[in-house]
Design a protein around this ligand. Structure first.
Ligand code: SDX
Length: 434
């Protein structure tokens, strides 16, 4: 624990008794009540469903300023990183805390390429899934299965061994993602090539086939790098918190990542990028006006929400959505694609950000609003969008798992509750129950 209390504690007075609550301050000036001994000192606990006002750890990986719409990884802005780095360089930054120099970058790339294959026995697993199995099912199951083929990282593992294991997982997830797609379209697997970069390999494994010479376009490789970078990490979001929760029990890395993949799948989280496209397709198909859609989104009696809008932390435009929108325009223009869904999205955004309901609740486009339109133009099927989110988020998940593991103060996650069930029940034997 690196944070020290600031000089004057807060004072909590309950039924005439006062308790001093230390106040912690982080590197950005955010302050927190340190309530770790609150229950022991006062018998009281805090109540915070969804953890909207609760910090569960300290971290030096990523910082989000929701009010200003800023995102940085290890102090570098997301704008600088997407403009100047490849995804692998950002992954290295998240995992090691520094941007790689040439030698480190070369060594990391070689390690990624060396470990890009999965055990041949695992390739047969894909055949066990029915046609149309969602690739997130396959991704999560295959990742936890890696622990059957590769030894768990011992608690005593040195950094070298840790690096090997995390690099292996980074590389294999890309292979598993591409294989799950090929399986879903009934095409033969395309194996990784040592001659290609991470994103070149991924695009090639996804879209080349024995009967077609797939040309790896540099502008698509650049877009793929940028799209993975904007998904790389995002503080304690639901899937990262899941990885930390599972990691806090000392479960192995593969188990923690597999759980994170399942958490990401939900439409309120990473599954939103698929839900956005399905929403835009419905709007386009049914010819709904933006006004009609916004009325549905505002109607509390209607379960419909404007997918790709709103965020727990961003109360301003998600900086990743700005980058994603720019990439979307670039790719559709380069590929000469006219997608009516983009027009629908633009219209929705224009109307929503001018609407008092959305303004009062600070609801703006988030990272998921524009990415699906780009993925569509690039040729990815809708079911693969959340897999792409997972591919991008993997280095962030691993970085948090490593940080948790190295935090001597970290405890097993075990939240408390407020009980509202039956208090006292007299037992009634089966024969006497009504
Ligand atoms: C991601 O945490 C992260 O960092 C996540 C993520 C990451 O990188 O890991 O950024 C990735 O998950 C982005 C979010 C993707 N999800 C969606 O796009 C789904 C649609 N959005 C919402 O469901 C919602 O905005 C959440 C889940 C994202 C945030 O939910 P919160 O913070 O719990 O907010 P809330 O549900 O309490 O909403 C507050 C108010 C409510 O209205 P009132 O009760 O005040 O009248 O805003 C309304 C909500 O009804 N609201 C919406 C809305 N989002 C919030 N109303 C209509 N449409 C929406 N999308």
């Amino acid at each position: 624990m690196s944070l020290k209390p600031i000089d004057k504690p807060a004072e909590l007075t309950v039924e005439g008794k006062s308790y001093a609550i230390p106040i912690l301050q982080d590197a950005m000036g955010n302050r927190a009540l340190d309530i770790r001994t609150l229950r022991k000192d006062s018998g009281l606990i805090a109540f915070d469903p969804g953890f909207a006002s609760t910090a569960v750890c300290e971290s030096s990986i990523t910082y989000v300023d929701g009010e200003k719409g800023l995102l940085s990884h290890r102090g570098y802005s997301i704008e600088d990183l997407t403009e100047n780095c490849t995804f692998i360089e950002v992954a290295y930054l998240l995992l090691h805390g520094v941007l790689p120099n040439r030698v480190q970058r070369e060594k990391f790339s070689q390690l990624l390429n060396r470990h890009s294959m999965i055990h041949e026995d695992m390739s047969t697993f894909f055949r066990g899934y029915p046609e149309g199995a969602h690739p997130m099912v396959v991704l999560s199951a295959m990742v936890v299965s890696l622990s059957a083929f590769y030894p768990e990282i011992e608690q005593s593992a040195d950094r070298e061994e840790l690096d090997m294991t995390v690099t292996r997982l980074l590389s294999k997830l890309r292979t598993i993602a591409a294989f799950s797609y090929k399986k879903s379209v009934g095409e033969p697997f395309v194996y990784p090539s040592q001659k290609l970069s991470y994103c070149e390999n991924f695009l090639n494994m996804m879209f080349s086939s024995p009967v077609s010479d797939y040309k790896i376009e540099p502008y698509l490789v650049k877009a793929m790098n940028q799209l993975l970078i904007i998904h790389a990490d995002h503080e304690q979001n639901a899937s990262t918190a899941t990885v930390r929760q599972v990691g806090s029990t000392r479960a192995n890395l593969y188990a923690a990542i597999s759980a994170g993949i399942c958490a990401l799948w939900g439409p309120l989280h990473g599954g939103a990028n698929q839900a956005v496209i399905e929403m835009l397709q419905m709007i386009h198909r049914d010819g709904l006006s933006a006004e009609t859609v916004l009325e549905k989104a505002k109607n509390k009696a209607d379960p419909f929400r404007l997918m790709g809008f709103g965020h727990r932390i961003y109360k301003s435009y998600d900086p990743r959505a700005k980058i994603a929108k720019k990439i979307c325009y670039t790719i559709l223009d380069k590929m000469n694609v006219q997608d009516p869904l983009l027009d629908v999205a633009i219209k929705l955004e224009e109307k929503a950000i001018a609407d008092p309901y959305f303004q009062d609740r600070h609801l703006y486009p988030n990272v998921d609003f524009y990415t699906g339109i780009t993925y569509r133009a690039m040729g990815f099927p809708t079911a693969m969008y959340t897999v792409l989110f997972a591919l991008g988020r993997l280095p962030g998940w691993i970085a948090h798992w490593l940080e948790l593991r190295q935090d001597a103060d970290q405890k097993i996650y075990r939240p408390r509750q407020l009980y509202v069930g039956a208090t006292q029940q007299n037992f009634v034997p089966l024969e006497k129950r009504p």
